[in-house]
Design a protein around this ligand. Structure first.
Ligand SMILES: *Cc1c(COP(=O)(O)O)cnc(C)c1O
Length: 387
């Protein structure tokens, strides 16, 4: 055991992918491994996802896609977020990485990369159906399609897919999903009318797969549910969805001591002991990704961690490297005691989703922010990699 560790259960990841595959029907799955696989470790997660038969990996950045290639991944990878002049675009084309295009400049840059590398660029045309982030607006689609037809005709580009992203995909019955889907269908018809014949459409992330299965189309881009967390509380907890949280965050107590009534704790003395009690020092803080707002007193109930089979509150201001736990009067717990901050929930510990709901955020943010100073420990790897 080191100071703190994020244990990543790859068997749980595989099982979650099985659940999602069953939900996706005939659609393929894309394992979204951007942002270091939401903090779980990109390369290990990507390997396990491939071993579980996932056809696609999805990342935001070209640099993330190239890191997957450097780690030996040879399958299909899509990268969707880049800016004009991105120097990795040419390397992505040379290394068979699919790129999303949302504008004329992006089409021109991939075509230029194809000219220089001598290899056709594979693109996914993103349309803005209402999220209003990236994506070609429907009003600009005709111009981008003209440009695409020209570079496809020159053999520089192949259009593999048309895709978009939903604003409320995780909300059952959301009116915006119906609107966006209609817009997506109109865009698709316009693409076909232009003479282009992309083989795929993709629209759904985890939440949309669970709440709007009719949005699955040919490929589902699944992130959070693969990591065993719920896309949105309204869909139910992991357990209700048949998912198992993949990351368990643990730390050993660095110190423990009895304190007298009235003893104040940590910066600002925001918490004081109302009875004699025993305190434990957790050697993990906001530099490691713990939300600084986690320490009691808070406006809501305290955030609790599992110590010696019991839930104990984090008290006082969370510091950069450490925070304090109230072990309770009469506790015999001492330095070296293992503490579970969050995990699968099956031993009574909180889940990352529990942290999220207590802190007014989403499970995505809780796990993604666990920083590089916390080593990842992998358990349950299949060891089997299908070609
Ligand atoms: C991050 C991301 C996803 C994955 O979303 P989840 O909600 O984690 O399943 C899918 N598509 C795009 C475009 C994304 O940016």
């Amino acid at each position: 055991m080191t100071r703190a560790v994020a244990q990543v259960d790859l068997a749980a990841l595989s099982a979650n992918l099985g659940v999602l595959r069953a939900r996706a029907g005939s659609a393929d799955l894309m394992a979204v491994v951007k942002a270091d696989a939401y903090g779980h470790g990109m390369v290990a997660v990507a390997r396990e996802a491939r071993a579980a038969g996932v056809d696609w990996l999805g990342v935001a950045l070209p640099s993330e896609a190239l890191a997957l290639r450097d780690a030996g991944d040879v399958g299909r990878i899509l990268a969707w977020l880049w800016t004009p002049g991105e120097s990795d675009v040419e390397r992505c084309v040379a290394r068979d990485i699919d790129l999303s295009v949302s504008s004329a400049w992006a089409v021109e840059e991939v075509a230029e990369a194809a000219r220089r590398t001598g290899q056709a660029a594979r693109v996914h045309l993103k349309v803005d159906t209402g999220l209003t982030r990236n994506g070609v607006a429907l009003g600009d689609l005709a111009g981008v399609l003209d440009l695409l037809r020209a570079v496809v005709g020159d053999g520089l580009v192949t259009v593999e897919a048309v895709w978009s992203h939903l604003a409320d995909g995780d909300t059952p019955g959301a009116a915006s999903v119906r609107e966006q889907r209609e817009c997506f269908e109109r865009a698709w018809e316009q693409v076909l009318a232009s003479g282009l014949r992309p083989g795929m459409r993709h629209l759904a992330n985890s939440g949309a797969l669970l709440a709007h299965p009719d949005c699955a189309y040919d490929l589902v881009r699944t992130g959070i549910a693969m990591y065993g967390l719920t896309p949105a509380a309204v869909l139910g907890a992991s357990r209700d969805l048949g998912l198992t949280p993949v990351m368990t965050l643990m730390a050993d107590l660095a110190h423990a001591k009895d304190v007298a009534v009235g003893t104040s704790v940590s910066y600002g003395w925001r918490w004081s002991a109302s009875t004699p009690t025993r305190l434990g020092l957790l050697p993990i803080g906001y530099a490691d990704g713990l939300p600084r707002a986690a320490g009691a007193p808070r406006s809501g109930p305290p955030v609790e961690v599992l110590v010696d089979g019991r839930l104990r509150p984090i008290i006082g201001t969370v510091a950069m490297d450490q925070c304090v736990v109230d072990l309770g009067g009469g506790s015999r717990v001492s330095a070296g005691e293992p503490v579970v901050l969050f995990g699968a929930g099956d031993r009574g510990e909180w889940t990352a989703d529990d942290w999220a709901s207590a802190l007014g955020t989403i499970g995505y943010e809780i796990v993604t922010r666990i920083g590089p100073r916390v080593p990842r420990e992998y358990i349950g790897a299949s060891g089997e990699v299908r070609a």
